[in-house]
Design a protein around this ligand. Structure first.
Ligand SMILES: O=C(CO)[C@@H](O)[C@H](O)COP(=O)(O)O
Length: 232
């Protein structure tokens, strides 16, 4: 068992709060039917004002029914374990790479949701043909490169695809969707919406060719949804 010791009370509290949030958000993955068995993970950055940031993520291969705040593991942003008694998720190095190279990102999610993964298997981006896509992703959902699992290859693919993009989702080729957000909740939301638009555009294509949305309308929809929609 590794334990985070002798840290300021504020950092301890921030880690514990992140464990609560990340554990609860893992329950959203099966609830929205984005995962089977243990095939998906959520992480959140813990900002450390006095040193290096940390991340909270689930342990590898643990059933969603068994995920509790205490089961969460804490890692440095090089992926090494700081606190927890189980091995971190096999995608920890990928999440950590994203946090190291995209300081604006506070949450990362990976699922194997069926429709998004089907697009990933074909290596085809999801074209921006729905207002929901313009709202959430600001354009198409792009495809990232094929990358092996376990080191930071996936993270490099995510960063090279999403840096400079408005999309919060990338379809890693032959693998599945990874999403980012300002926190873990917003990354989970992006995962839910990514699957929804992957499904809707797939169904639309069974009926014929979906119609593109003019770029000026994509820009206006994105601006409204990001800055006006909902409660301010
Ligand atoms: O894509 C992969 C590996 O193929 C992973 O996302 C697993 O499906 C979930 O791994 P853990 O988070 O349980 O290690």
């Amino acid at each position: 068992m590794s334990t985070l010791t002798e840290v300021p009370a504020a950092l301890r509290a921030a880690v514990d709060a992140a464990k609560e949030r990340v554990a609860a958000l893992h329950a959203e993955l099966p609830r929205w039917e984005l995962v089977v068995w243990t095939a998906g993970n959520v992480s959140e950055r813990v900002v450390n004002p006095d040193g290096e940031d940390l991340l909270v993520i689930k342990p590898s291969g643990v059933s969603y029914d068994d995920i509790t705040p205490d089961a969460m593991v804490v890692c440095h942003l090089d992926g090494t374990l700081v606190e927890g008694d189980r091995s971190p998720s096999s995608d920890t190095a990928a999440h950590a790479y994203v946090y190291r190279h995209m300081p604006e990102v506070g949450g990362v999610v990976h699922t194997h949701s069926t429709y998004a993964t089907a697009w990933a298997a074909r290596g085809e981006e999801i074209p921006c043909v729905l207002t929901m896509m313009a709202d959430e992703f600001g354009g198409p959902v792009p495809v990232g490169p094929f990358a092996i699992i376990g080191d930071d290859s996936i993270g490099r693919g995510i960063v090279e695809t999403l840096r400079g993009s408005r999309s919060k989702a990338v379809l890693m080729r032959n693998h599945g969707p990874f999403t980012i957000g300002t926190d873990a909740r917003s990354a989970v939301k992006a995962a839910v919406l990514c699957e929804e638009v992957a499904r809707a555009v797939h169904v639309s294509r069974q009926l014929g060719e979906p119609l593109p949305i003019a770029q000026e309308h994509v820009d206006a929809l994105y601006e409204r949804y990001q800055n006006v929609y909902g409660q301010r």
